[in-house]
Design a protein around this ligand. Structure first.
Ligand SMILES: [Zn+2]
Length: 119
């Protein structure tokens, strides 16, 4: 493997460069990973961005679409993406609860109607 600092060819599996004593494991393997991570994605989301997010969430269907776009988009800030994912989970739970409530109400109403016929 070639050293990223001085370009000397080192034996495979070497920890330190024979030319400059540079740590090969850290520079050769960790740096490309750090390069893939966009530092902008780790920055806090600005007040303006949050306001825009809340404004768009007020629009029924577009808001839901944006939650998916932001929640699973690679170019979105991580805190914003996490918020969108949490919001989607919250929406799924509340929707399920509302559906269950309606089903329970229907069952109750039909049970009442059924028992009323016997009187
Ligand atoms: Zn070197």
């Amino acid at each position: 493997m070639y050293c990223t600092k001085c370009g000397v060819n080192n034996p495979v599996g070497a920890t330190y460069c024979t030319g400059c004593r540079n740590l090969l494991g850290a520079d050769g393997l960790v740096q490309p990973l750090q390069g893939q991570q966009n530092p902008i994605l780790e920055e806090p989301v600005s007040v303006k961005e949050w306001l825009l997010l809340f404004l768009l969430l007020l629009i029924p269907i577009a808001g839901l679409v944006m939650l998916f776009v932001w929640g699973f988009g690679k170019e979105e800030k991580r805190s914003k993406a996490n918020y969108c994912k949490a919001y989607l989970i919250y929406l799924a739970i509340t929707t399920a609860l509302v559906i269950m409530l309606y089903v329970a109400m229907f069952v109750f109403v039909f049970a009442l109607a059924g028992s009323a016929q016997h009187w």
